[in-house]
Design a protein around this ligand. Structure first.
Ligand code: RUB
Length: 323
């Protein structure tokens, strides 16, 4: 018998898969919250059944999107906090652990924002890619410190998360220039920083983030614009310490070529097998193109991030639901 997974968990998983809930930190927060709901609404008859239920829920959440390591890191954090000899003790400890995770996530984001803000001077222009709450936290902290900041916001095809960034920045009163991705190199001449988030950071300092980040970083280097990655330590990918690579999500081709536009490409040959549409959601920026990784524990050159990773995740192995 498969353990019962609460409908709220299934719904959260669906929202993550369809990107209703998106961005590495937000996904981690929603996953921890879903596990708390599973614990809260359990009808497990005994402790073993409770643990099985929570593990099953974690698996459903895990199987949504493969690239942001904040998701398995969140699941692992909550599951490892399950403690107690009765269902009610297990329930209470799991809920408390999920709450602790969510609070720490928020605090880490505030803390890294202050670190990142120190890199921004009054009057600086920041170029962004995609929508990252960690990156925005740096701008928010700079504004709180009374600095004037302007932004050049890349649209970020195909999902246009740049719109979310632009909207947030405008709500804070930041002057925004919205550009198509292809205009980035031209506008780098006007930028003092490239500021992006991360879905995962590898042990060698490679940064996995929204597709297009690596090209932007290479162009920024050529233009002499420093690249800053804002990433709380929940984005560090422990498996990469033992040689594993980070899976890059391939999303549906309809995001690139919607059905309604397909005939523009295929003409009459709607079943043209010679046409391939690829839609990788993320890419890897090699560490040499990254100037600083800003975390809640301070800023690091990408080459030294492995030290922090070992300190925080040294003992971490296996799937989140493995004891
Ligand atoms: C989002 C993305 C963001 C990181 C960091 O991709 O690449 O830069 O997740 O975001 P998608 P945050 O839209 O495909 O989820 O700093 O909020 O964790």
């Amino acid at each position: 018998d498969q353990p019962a997974v609460d409908p709220v968990v299934a719904e959260t998983a669906e929202d993550i898969a369809t990107m209703e809930i998106r961005g590495a930190a937000t996904i981690a927060d929603a996953a921890a919250d879903a596990l708390a709901t599973q614990a809260d609404r359990t009808d497990a008859a005994d402790p073993a059944a409770f643990r099985d239920e929570l593990r099953a829920a974690a698996k459903v959440l895990y199987e949504t999107r493969p690239t942001a390591v904040s998701l398995p890191n969140a699941l692992r954090y909550v599951l490892r906090g399950m403690a107690g000899d009765t269902v009610s003790e297990l329930r209470a400890s799991t809920i408390a652990r999920a709450e602790e995770f969510r609070t720490e996530l928020e605090q880490a984001q505030d803390q890294l924002g202050k670190v990142g803000a120190n890199r921004l001077r009054d009057g600086d222009v920041v170029m962004t890619h995609c929508h990252s709450t960690d990156a925005l936290s740096c701008i928010e902290a700079a504004l709180d410190a009374g600095k004037h900041v302007e932004a050049i916001v890349k649209e970020t095809r195909p999902r246009k998360q740049g719109h979310i960034t632009a909207r947030q920045l405008r709500e804070w009163g930041v002057p925004v220039t919205l550009i198509v991705d292809n205009a980035a190199r031209r506008y780098l001449d006007d930028a003092d920083h490239v500021l992006v988030g991360a879905d995962s950071i590898a042990a060698d300092g490679g940064v996995i983030n929204k597709i297009g980040t690596s090209g932007l970083a290479v162009n920024a280097r050529e233009r002499g614009v420093p690249v800053m990655v804002a990433a709380q330590t929940i984005k560090l990918h422990p498996d990469t310490m033992t040689g594993h690579t980070v899976a890059i999500e391939m999303r549906d081709e309809s995001e690139v070529l919607p059905d309604a536009e397909r005939a523009d490409v295929t003409g009459e040959r709607s079943d043209d097998e010679g046409l391939v549409v690829e839609n990788p959601a993320f890419d890897v920026t090699p560490p040499r193109y990254v100037d600083a990784i800003v975390t809640e524990r301070g800023q690091f050159p990408p080459e030294s991030i492995v030290t922090l990773m070992r300190d925080l995740f040294g003992e971490t192995t296996g799937e989140p639901w493995e004891p």
